[in-house]
Design a protein around this ligand. Structure first.
Ligand SMILES: *Cc1c(COP(=O)(O)O)cnc(C)c1O
Length: 408
């Protein structure tokens, strides 16, 4: 074995011995990255169509992000939410200017944003004196791994083995207007919130229709319930607009954010619309780390970079390239069942298990995500060049062609 292989073996042994066995890891340890490229222990190059699951939206080692981290770490990283923070206040203003009038709670992850949104809904029920409130969520959704997160998540495989989940959550099928209407009728006077991802990510990129979202907006307004959007994965340019809800013609009452907000530095946020901004008052919620000086300054720079570098136009032009090339592949390859999604948030549903396809892509230097058993997700950074986008798609095409030929 060469030095790099020995070093990797050591990392693997330590991981297997000391880290809880929660993930089925691919046999690679990345050493460094430059924009859309990652390099492993052998200096082998990979094109990154995963972005650490829609997190490193500006690519790896962005010079502006590095500079902000250096400067802020030099000055101050953490104090306490018991004091004012210039960085947190500027980030909150920037988030509100880019979403809807209201206020922001800063936290550390998507799950924590979900938790805050769940507490907002429960607190609103308390305020309205509803003793047995109902929150409507979607089958196949994903909202995080805490107990409130898995309770809101409509997937039995994520529920199982943890005893009783939180009560008062009902799931309807995504895009089923009948089931949505029926749920609001069945629980008339008790529904306090409707939770949804605009595009269900972990379940393989399932976009909600405008018809379904409009109906959800009407029903929540009529029933004085909160419409809460989970834009943890779709936010910050991923779908071609800063936020996915911008194409709806209305704004939500609350929105959860994380993933792309920090370019890889952990941060999450809950945005609460003006009308509901007093529901969580002093002492009802909080966090030690959330939105500290370092996290807030990185997030501020991330959002500014998406705007000032006009990254949304790159997302849209690269999206056109990717979607048309995937459709061309579909003409030739019967194992491509469906192509779904928007912007650089694309799902390719196959007729075969997607994990084996992701493994073959990895061998050939392309990182893609396999989800929902048969779906490959294409989620490169917003900064990807047409050159590497096409090279990545070439690899995907050659891998899928091999699997197609084997099937014959
Ligand atoms: C990733 C994700 C979460 C959970 O975020 P974490 O930061 O992993 O806690 C919640 N909702 C959606 C839609 C996600 O994609």
């Amino acid at each position: 074995m060469n030095d790099a292989a020995t070093e990797f073996q050591k990392t693997k042994e330590l991981t297997d011995k000391y880290l809880l066995d929660l993930y089925s890891r691919y046999p690679v340890a990345f050493r460094y990255g430059v924009n859309e490229l990652l390099f492993d222990q052998d200096n082998k190059q990979y094109i990154d169509f995963l972005c650490g699951v829609a997190v490193t939206n500006l690519g790896h080692s962005d010079p502006d992000i590095i500079e902000v981290i250096r400067n802020q770490a030099d000055k101050l990283m953490h104090t306490s939410n018991w004091f004012y923070s210039e960085e947190a206040s500027k980030l909150a203003e920037l988030l509100i200017l880019n979403t809807f009038p209201g206020k922001v709670f800063l936290c550390n992850s998507g799950t924590e944003a979900t938790e805050a949104a769940f507490k907002l809904a429960r607190r609103y029920a308390e305020q309205k004196q509803i003793g047995d409130p109902i929150i409507i969520s979607l089958q196949k959704s994903f909202h995080g791994r805490s107990v409130s997160g898995i309770s809101l998540t409509g997937q039995s495989k994520i529920h199982s083995g943890f005893g009783k989940l939180l009560e008062g959550i009902e799931y309807v099928q995504p895009n089923s207007e009948e089931e949505l209407v029926a749920a609001f009728e069945r629980y008339a006077g008790r529904v306090v919130a409707f939770f949804a991802e605009p595009i269900l990510g972990e379940s393989g990129i399932i976009p909600l229709t405008h018809g379904f979202m409009n109906l959800a907006r009407e029903l929540t307004t009529e029933n004085d319930a909160l419409l809460i959007l989970d834009e943890i994965q779709t936010g910050f340019g991923r779908t071609g607009t800063m936020f996915a809800f911008e194409t709806y013609g209305f704004s939500p009452d609350a929105m959860t954010l994380a993933k792309g907000l920090g370019s890889g530095f952990p941060i999450g946020a809950l945005i609460v619309a003006e009308k509901f901004e007093k529901v969580l008052g002093p002492g009802t919620h909080g966090t030690t780390f959330g939105g500290n000086h370092l996290a807030a300054s990185v997030a501020y720079e991330t959002v500014r970079a998406i705007q000032t570098r006009d990254l949304l136009s790159n997302v849209n032009s690269c999206s056109d390239i990717a979607i048309s090339r995937l459709h061309q592949m579909q003409q030739k390859l019967k194992l491509i069942k469906e192509i779904r999604g928007k912007g650089l948030h694309i799902g390719v549903e196959l007729t075969i298990p997607s994990r084996q396809v992701a493994e073959s892509c990895l061998n050939k230097g392309l990182i893609v995500n396999a989800t929902a058993e048969t779906v490959i997700r294409v989620m490169p950074p917003l900064t990807i060049s047409a050159k590497y986008l096409n090279e990545g798609l070439d690899i995907l095409e050659s891998v899928l062609t091999e699997f197609q030929n084997e099937q014959k």
